[in-house]
Design a protein around this ligand. Structure first.
Ligand SMILES: N[C@@H](CCC[C@H](N)C(=O)O)C(=O)O
Length: 279
């Protein structure tokens, strides 16, 4: 499937017969890591009132606590399997409530953002996470030194830029910023240009996956970080290379993300790549 061009492989393991590992996910991604950007493994529910437990892998085999675009894809998959328009799923980042918003649109309640330095997490204490001072040697763009940081189930750093994010060499800066020592669990890196109080253009270098056409959690992170800094309203459209996502940071602190899913193809993983049977 894909969510705004973010390539998602939804793996149905609801029979609970096997367990996906990072090594198998990495093998399924292939040598060039192009088979998917995130793998969403759907397991039987572990908690009362939930429809499924979802384990998320990046295409480098690392585990992620949240994936916004992937959650909308899983929502469609579960909606087709169960007929339910409203359900709760569990991820490593917490419980997510999902609603069919009509047509191919899904709304996900992505939960509450976390702003404390140790919740991001950062390697050292910062009292104010709306803009942290980074020491970055080889990067010669001064705007790339004071990101806002936020955790929305996974860690994000947002660099506010005053020109088109497409004009930055994010493929060059991205890996350096993702792996900066201030981020002990690495971070997803966004360049965000506020176009209007309700419109922000964003490009993302994803932890464990690199440049993607869209990142749902980055859209959530940018939305709340912009509102927190007074740069934008609490209800915004995030314009990503793959298309727009609606983000609303509600008064009760919950973030709502609304966007589409696309089904590309369905099949069965080859025997040699099935969990527990990989070479
Ligand atoms: N593409 C995702 C985010 C996936 C996880 C991220 N790369 C991480 O490691 O935190 C999205 O749509 O949110």
């Amino acid at each position: 499937m894909n969510g705004l061009g973010n390539e998602i492989l939804v793996v149905d393991m609801r029979d609970g017969a096997a367990t996906m590992t990072g090594a198998v996910a990495r093998a399924v991604a292939g040598e060039d890591r192009t088979a998917f950007e995130q793998m969403m493994v759907v397991y039987p529910p572990r908690a009362d009132g939930t429809e499924a437990y979802i384990k998320i892998f990046n295409n480098d085999g690392s585990v992620a606590g949240a994936c916004g675009n992937g959650t909308r894809c899983v929502a469609h998959f579960l909606n087709r399997a169960t007929g339910k328009d409203h359900m709760t799923v569990e991820t490593d980042g917490g419980l997510l409530e999902i609603f069919n918003a009509g047509g191919d649109l899904i709304t996900v309640d992505m939960g509450k953002p976390r702003f404390n330095w140790d919740q991001i997490p950062l390697a050292e204490e910062f009292a104010d996470t709306t803009g942290i001072e980074l020491q970055i040697g080889p990067i010669d763009a001064p705007v790339l030194h004071t990101p806002s940081v936020v955790n929305v189930g996974n860690p994000h750093a947002i660099f506010w830029v005053d020109r088109d994010p497409d004009t930055y060499e994010l493929d060059r800066f991205g890996p350096l910023l993702e792996n900066h020592p201030i981020f002990p669990e690495r971070a997803n890196i966004s360049l965000a240009q506020v176009l209007a109080p309700d419109r922000i253009k964003v490009r993302v270098w994803e932890r464990g996956a690199g440049l993607t056409l869209a990142c749902g959690t980055a859209a959530c992170a940018v939305g709340v970080a912009a509102a927190r800094k007074g740069l934008a309203d609490r209800k915004v459209t995030i314009e990503l290379p793959g298309g727009p996502l609606g983000i609303e940071w509600r008064a009760d602190d919950h973030i709502l993300m609304t966007g589409p899913w696309t089904l590309e193809w369905e099949g069965t993983l080859p025997e040699n790549l099935l969990p527990g049977r990989a070479a």
